[in-house]
Write a protein that binds this ligand. Structure first.
Ligand SMILES: Cc1cc2nc3c(=O)[nH]c(=O)nc-3n(C[C@H](O)[C@H](O)[C@H](O)COP(=O)(O)OP(=O)(O)OC[C@H]3O[C@@H](n4cnc5c(N)ncnc54)[C@H](O)[C@@H]3O)c2cc1C
Length: 365
């Protein structure tokens, strides 16, 4: 029998989590094998990649925003140089305010020090005159960024392939064997195997005790022949200018769904929201769907398996992978190399504190 190929780490899944973790491990001179299979429902290759300082109707500040943002910006800039790709773009969002309550809340919050760099009122919307159904009012959100996640995933896969570190395979959990010195999978041997399979983690027999609450997201790529703009619009859904005259329009967010493929529900919802926003015709180019690896307490999952410490997980990036991914990938890499601890808020040992809400769970905080 052939000797197994020796690696320091095997990573299962090359979405954003597996990409960033393998990047930080390679920076530490680790020998890494990244295994990925493009399952329907994977998210990084369809996500908008927005990094948003405030989210939701409640205009809440994103958790640890400044710290995570600075680290994310630095990481994506380093990857831009390494991969010779444009990954990062500073953006602004024109956000619809639907009633007096939302306007007052926007103005009230914009006077607080922690929101002063982000919330502005009365943006110039004259270019949209007659082309959008005007909402009650508009606010402007600055300090936003957009990361070209699909480009990053594709370029990183090429980079790994050039180093002989990428393997195309649908990992069969039954063939993963803990050994004395680590873990073996088919002809590969490593000291640790890290699962980064996104929402597919719910079928991972080693970590399916973790309370993932996956949410399906659907979007459309559209053309708007009578309108051309660079600013991101957020009415009820986002309309985001992309390359080649295309706009990314989405997304839905559902906890109950039949499967990973685009649905009639998604199509009807998106068309209806687009019709409420645009007063000019639009053309649907593509309808796509993915399943976000969301967690009930809206924090990532990092840690070693309680019984098999040769296996670990880096997942749960939820709706904020672009922002949280770099910081926690670096933290996970340091932890695996014995160079640092995991924050309690993201360590999987906390699951005793997370209420498993299953199908009754309506929306993360
Ligand atoms: C419509 C939509 C819009 C979004 N917009 C944003 C946004 O604007 N900003 C933001 O920050 N986040 C956004 N997200 C969320 C973002 O996509 C996620 O946070 C992030 O991409 C998750 O990355 P991941 O690597 O954990 O999972 P994934 O990207 O799903 O990657 C997991 C990979 O593992 C592979 N895999 C799984 N099981 C196996 C196996 N057994 N063997 C081999 N390979 C396997 C999968 O096929 C996949 O390639 C959005 C998500 C959706 C659906």
């Amino acid at each position: 029998m052939a000797e197994p190929s020796e690696f320091d780490f095997i990573i299962v899944g090359q979405g954003l989590a597996g990409t960033l973790l393998s990047h930080f491990l390679l920076l530490e001179d680790q020998h890494v094998a990244v295994i990925d299979y493009p399952h329907p429902g994977r998210t990084s290759s369809i996500a908008a990649g927005l990094i948003n300082p405030v989210t939701g109707r409640r205009i809440a500040k994103s958790w640890r925003f400044e710290e995570l943002f600075l680290f994310a910006k630095q990481t994506y800039h380093e990857l831009e140089v390494m991969l010779e790709a444009n990954l990062w773009a500073d953006r602004q969002i024109a956000r619809a305010l639907h009633n007096n309550f939302e306007v007052n809340e926007w103005l009230r919050r914009s006077s607080f020090a922690e929101f002063q760099d982000y919330l502005f009122d009365e943006p110039d919307m004259s270019q949209f005159e007659g082309k959008l159904h005007p909402p009650h009012a508009w606010g402007e959100l600055r300090g936003v960024a957009q990361v070209a996640l699909p480009v990053l995933i594709e370029k990183w896969q090429g980079h790994l392939s050039d180093k002989g570190m990428f393997i195309l395979d649908n990992v069969d959990y039954q063939q993963i064997e803990p050994t004395d010195g680590g873990v073996r999978y088919k002809g590969l041997q490593a000291s640790n195997l890290v699962f980064c399979e996104g929402a597919k983690a719910v079928s991972n027999p080693f970590f399916n005790h973790l309370p993932f609450v996956p949410t399906k997201g659907e979007l459309m790529l559209i053309r708007i022949p009578e309108l051309e703009f660079e600013r991101i619009l957020k009415h009820n859904i986002f309309i985001i200018p992309m390359e080649a005259g295309l706009y990314w329009a989405g997304a839905t967010s559902r906890y109950e769904f039949d499967g990973p493929l685009p649905s009639e529900y998604g199509r009807d919802f998106l068309v209806s929201e687009l019709e409420k926003t645009l007063a000019v015709p639009f053309e649907i180019i593509e309808h796509l769907a993915g399943i976000r690896p969301t967690v009930a307490d809206v924090r990532p999952f990092l840690g070693l398996h309680p019984d098999f410490p040769c296996m670990s997980i880096f997942n749960g990036l939820g709706t904020k992978g672009a922002l949280m991914g770099p910081f926690f990938a670096k933290q996970m890499a340091n932890y695996l190399l014995g160079k640092g601890k995991l924050d309690e808020e993201v360590e999987i040992g906390r699951v005793g504190n997370v209420e498993q809400k299953g199908h009754n769970f309506t929306k993360p905080a």
